[in-house]
Design a protein around this ligand. Sequence first.
Ligand code: TMP
Ligand code: ASP
Length: 236
Amino acid sequence: MEKTVQLYEGKAKKVFATTDPALVIVSYKDDATALDGLKKGTIVGKGAINNRMSNHIMQLLEKQGVPTHFVAEINDRETVVKKVSIVPLEVIIRNISAGSFAKRYGVEEGIVFSEPTIEFSYKNDDLHDPLINDYHAIALGLATREEIETIKKMAFKVNEVMKEYFKGLGVTLVDFKLEFGRLDDGSIVLADEISPDTCRFWDSKTNEKLDKDRFRRDMGGVEDAYKEMMRRVFGE
Ligand code: TMP
Ligand code: ASP
């Protein structure tokens, strides 16, 4: 299996075709964007950190019975994954108030919820990824009712596994975004990435932010936060 042509370049990753039609290669970049792409920058070392951390978590999830797109890590930045057609929904799970939730409902960050929440955004750059409910997603033909129920179940399971895992590393999992894909047989797998770009991680003792919010909010110490998460996960 070899890399052939580039299929797609996104904000944080490139995707290449391979000689096997069922597989693609994802290549993680150090580029970072926020505020709908308005804010652009580089986080040195991010590509390798996100690639390795995402692969580590996907393998952990597979062991716990969550099917993912992960196949094999090639090197620091590149991974072979199953080719999927992405369900155009961003699936967000929250355990603690933060970010757009805190803003939308006029509450402070840090309120611990009695149970996790789920919400969907319609992945559409022209519309700025608007919030969408499951009825609207079905009406627009973005997913079937059955697919949405599968996605919800998988997303809450991912939350349970990740919350426990990060707790053991002294990290509070505040919220995160998932994306799902369809394989050729129609089955749903977890796709995209799980990294400090797509999760809010707070140090369990100090509540220090160890994720992309440091970039989004110009807080400084961005690279150090990614490195610290790498150290917690891999001890390096
Ligand atoms: P939010 O509070 O801004 O809605 O973000 C919720 C979570 O989703 C947070 O962990 C960051 C992640 N996220 C992404 O991965 N991509 C995005 O485009 C956005 C807006 C959020
Ligand atoms: N990556 C998204 C963007 O470029 C937003 C984010 O992660 O905050 O707008």
